[in-house]
Write a protein that binds this ligand. Structure first.
Ligand SMILES: [Zn+2]
Length: 63
């Protein structure tokens, strides 16, 4: 199952988007993007929370 993550959905004016297989790697890519492009060092837990707050179920990738 793929998950589409758009940076703009998380409050940035930014065209960055990830549309790929749902995985912890995908979350880490988004996290790295926030840090590298926007200078915000979120924890992976914070990013996970933001995505689940958008209504995406991430249960399948949680340990
Ligand atoms: Zn961005």
């Amino acid at each position: 199952m793929t998950l589409k993550l758009r940076c703009v959905d998380y409050g940035f004016e930014c065209k960055f988007m990830l549309d790929e297989e749902k995985s912890i790697t995908q979350l880490e890519k988004l996290r790295d993007h926030f840090e590298e492009e926007h200078g915000i060092d979120y924890t992976i837990e914070a990013v996970t929370q933001m995505i689940t707050n958008k209504g995406h179920s991430l249960e399948s990738i949680k340990k």
